[in-house]
Design a protein. Structure first.
Length: 196
């Protein structure tokens, strides 16, 4: 008899974990929605890097890493950024909690499947360069959320927009700068304006 496993059932719970818990939101965002957004952007950044900046990035691998980048939050919840980075001790402790949550998710798989998911759920040294693109896409996704909320009249996101934009620029990645220049302005347009 096959032992039942709950890995995919757990992942399906990403839709129940809301982001931006300390902020008033005009539109709620869960980590499932966010992960797809990050995967699309990260994949795009990799293509931009390969096309315009002579990189040789594995676009598909970056997209998969981005899809799974917040899966540990099924167990930990979404810890707001101001808390996560409040003090170095908290940041280190949270990284340890994330690693333990990742190991817990891996145990929800049959032993034979764990190696295939280990390097997706837990960051490893071999993918260090690729994770930079996931991180950049994660920050861009947060910036887009701030822009959209502010566009809806929600001034709770005004300071977050400025801070997030600075963090995005500090990444000093030509792919990110290209995205900001070429694609970001469309996020401030209405559907009719985008459709032209």
């Amino acid at each position: 008899m096959v032992k039942l496993r709950n890995f995919f059932a757990m992942l399906s719970r990403m839709k129940y974990i809301n982001r931006w818990g300390l902020m008033r939101n005009t539109i709620t965002e869960n980590i499932a929605e966010h992960s797809l957004d990050v995967a699309v952007i990260a994949h795009g950044l990799a293509i931009i890097g390969n096309t315009y900046f002579g990189k040789h990035l594995n676009e598909d691998r970056i997209a998969v890493l981005a899809m799974y980048h917040d899966t540990t939050e099924i167990i930990t919840g979404d810890l707001p950024t101001p808390i996560k980075y409040f003090a170095p001790e908290i940041k280190i402790a949270y990284k340890n909690v994330e690693a333990a949550a990742g190991e817990s998710l891996l145990r929800a798989l049959p032993r034979e499947l764990r190696p295939s998911y280990r390097d997706i759920i837990l960051q490893n040294e071999e993918d260090k360069e690729l994770w930079k693109y996931v991180k950049a896409a994660d920050k861009l996704s947060a910036y887009i959320k701030c822009v959209e909320e502010k566009r809806m009249g929600n001034l709770d996101f005004e300071q977050a927009e400025k801070t997030t934009y600075e963090a995005v620029k500090e990444m000093n990645m030509p792919e990110v700068d290209y995205f900001l220049e070429v694609f970001m302005p469309a996020y401030s347009l209405t559907l009719d304006e985008q459709s032209k």
